[in-house]
Design a protein around this ligand. Sequence first.
Ligand code: NAD
Length: 301
Amino acid sequence: MNTNLQMGTILIDGKKVSEEIQNEIAEEVKQLKAEGRKIPHLAAILVGEDPASQTYVGSKVKTCEKVGFNSTLIKFDSTVTEKELLNKIKELNEDDDIDGYIVQLPLPKHISEQKITEAVDPKKDADGFHPVNVGRLVLNLPCYISATPYGILQLLERYKIETSGKNCVVIGRSNIVGTPMSILMARNSSIGNCTVTLCHSRTKNLKEHTLNADIIIAAIGKPDFVTADMVKEGAVVIDVGINRVTSTETKSGFKLKGDVKFDEVAPKCSFITPVPGGVGPMTIASLLKNTLMASKKEIYS
Ligand code: NAD
């Protein structure tokens, strides 16, 4: 990655912001302990042996411990039945000590992700995937916001990036990133008030849209997809993509790349997130924030 950015381009350091948030949460947990109040408790359900899922869940649990939360990791073999998983979810819903929990996706094909997501008590839905939380998000009501879009909001806020009245193009319409992101950027809120265009695989003349954007949020899953000719001077570019590509530069034989061709796009930007170290580390910080809010019953009583 080229770190010699043109003067005026600010690199958004998600790792640093995530650590700041984790420190703030750790301070709050200390305070809760001192006052003899409940310590937040996050549980995570992991099904199967998918290495990426194991890594994600592992680091979520580790970060919980780092900030002083209680955490519980519940593992199932990939042969677990939908019924068994639903029983565990019921148990977690009824367990007063568990404030929030996540079911790491993807799940094996024989289990309906929709059924599992809908079985989670919206009050404990730390991932913000339940239809009740998504619906409340659309209505601009208090809710758990899905972790990656929530992380992006916090980056925009902490870097004091003006969003009101700006043209924002979101590329990608997934339920967990693109769609909620497009709604959040359009809401009448301190970070929001954008005119939003949601682009996707059927969008014609994508470049015409992106060239008109003050803010581009790319969540496509294709390495180097957004190139310099698609970006106007001074744009803010948020790269959500995490793509594993083969590489001769690393020992492991692969490296992570974003959806944005960083070296050529960065010099045109006012702000840009790198990959890795941009949006990625924020997801975990948001999950902790949601769990803390759940523990303090700030969204639902
Ligand atoms: P997804 O595969 O569910 O959705 C991809 C979207 O891109 C689709 O809506 C599709 O319409 C759109 N798309 C595909 N080809 C396109 C094209 N040619 N032109 C315009 N749009 C096109 O992806 P997702 O789950 O939203 O993830 C997107 C990327 O973000 C992936 O690389 C994923 O690994 C990454 N991701 C990162 C984090 C994080 O914490 N940083 C979290 C979630 C996802």
